[in-house]
Design a protein around this ligand. Structure first.
Ligand code: F6P
Length: 341
């Protein structure tokens, strides 16, 4: 068979492990030919690709980013390009395309699949917010990076008796905030699923200082917002792809907390460092398993499906189900984290 693979949307540690796995399983075990489209859907629409043989994927398992490049594409642009994509698949003699991506990519994959293109999706996102899979690769790495940062920030916060408001990624969900906050023993965790009240937050941090503690660490997901009417807040806007461009919740919270507590408060924005660099062993294994199963799905003709982790097993779910809703942090998890916000 001839298989095309592409990586689309924000990058994520483990993408190269999937690409490598698709080539190993496809080329070595099945005698397939594999090509990689450059820069996501753009490569498919512009027929920009490279052959992927064993040499091409040698040494990439532990490498961050994606050797194929990635980009975002506007959904309308892709919709207009369905015919072109179909033609390119035919010209290249492709039997299937495996797009590796997050929410936006999987929605696009579903649209192309509904239009009759042979697609098997692979989910990725550091945010871990795709509901049809228990975990996405990249999440474990991002949590590790954020946890290490929080551990380091504790020592400087304590030296200066400061409140540090640490902003982690998570546009719609607070999985990275919750897990890194729990792992590092943060004093408050603020997630988008539960709008915060700055008065309650200030009280919580104030009590800590009153009890003789010399610093506080607040972890906040970038998409967190205050409860309406509790604080003046600039939410930011959207970019041309419809993605949030946040005005900076940590920065705004630091100003408020400093004023209310009379303690120095500093925002720390971890940003893209959470997405870069080498994947953890867990993410490499999950990504490799997803790649392996995606090739099997292609050989089984299971198009319109996505690989998924359920418990310890990799199975398939319809793409339609994968993009139905986001996986948010359930309230029970706040309780476990002793999150009072
Ligand atoms: O991959 C998802 C994500 O990490 C979000 O948490 C974040 O809002 C977004 O990517 C930012 O990506 P970019 O700056 O590449 O648009």
């Amino acid at each position: 068979m001839r298989i095309g693979v592409l990586t689309s949307g924000g990058d994520c540690p483990g993408l190269n492990a999937v690409i490598r796995s698709v080539v190993h399983r496809g080329v070595v075990d099945h005698g397939d030919e594999v090509i990689g489209f450059r820069d996501g859907w753009k490569g498919l629409l512009e027929c920009d690709y490279r052959e992927l043989d064993l040499d091409a994927v040698s040494g990439i398992l532990a490498r961050g980013g994606t050797i194929l490049g990635s980009s975002r594409v506007q959904p309308a642009h892709l919709r207009d390009g369905v015919q072109r994509a179909r033609q390119h698949l035919a010209d290249l003699g492709l039997d299937a395309v495996i797009p590796i991506g997050g929410e936006g990519t999987l929605k696009a994959a579903r649209m192309l699949s509904d239009a009759g293109l042979p697609i098997v999706g692979v989910p990725k996102t550091i945010d871990n917010d795709i509901s049809a899979t228990d975990v996405t690769f990249g999440f474990d790495t991002a949590v590790g990076v954020a946890t290490e940062a929080l551990d380091r920030l504790k020592t400087t916060a304590e030296s200066h008796q400061r409140v540090l408001i640490v902003e982690v990624m998570g546009r719609h969900t607070g999985w990275i905030a919750l897990h890194s906050g729990m792992a590092a023993g943060a004093h408050a965790i603020v997630v988008p699923e539960r709008p915060f009240d700055v008065t309650e937050l200030a009280e919580l941090v104030g009590k800590r200082f009153a009890a003789g503690k010399r610093f506080a660490i607040v972890v906040v997901a970038e998409g967190a917002k205050p409860r309406p009417g509790t604080m003046e807040f600039d939410e930011g806007g959207k970019d041309v792809y419809g993605h949030e461009r946040f005005a900076g919740v940590a920065r705004q919270l630091a100003v408020e907390l400093e004023q209310r507590l009379g303690k120095e408060a500093r925002p720390v924005i971890l940003g893209h460092v959470q997405r870069g660099g080498t994947p953890t062993a867990y993410d490499r294994v999950l990504a490799t398993r997803f790649g392996w199963h995606a090739v099997e799905a292609v050989h089984d003709g299971a198009f319109g499906m996505m690989t998924t982790l359920r418990g310890t097993d990799i199975t398939l779910v319809p793409l339609a189900e994968a993009v139905e809703h986001l996986k948010t942090v359930p309230p029970a998890r706040y309780v476990e984290a002793e999150c009072v916000l």
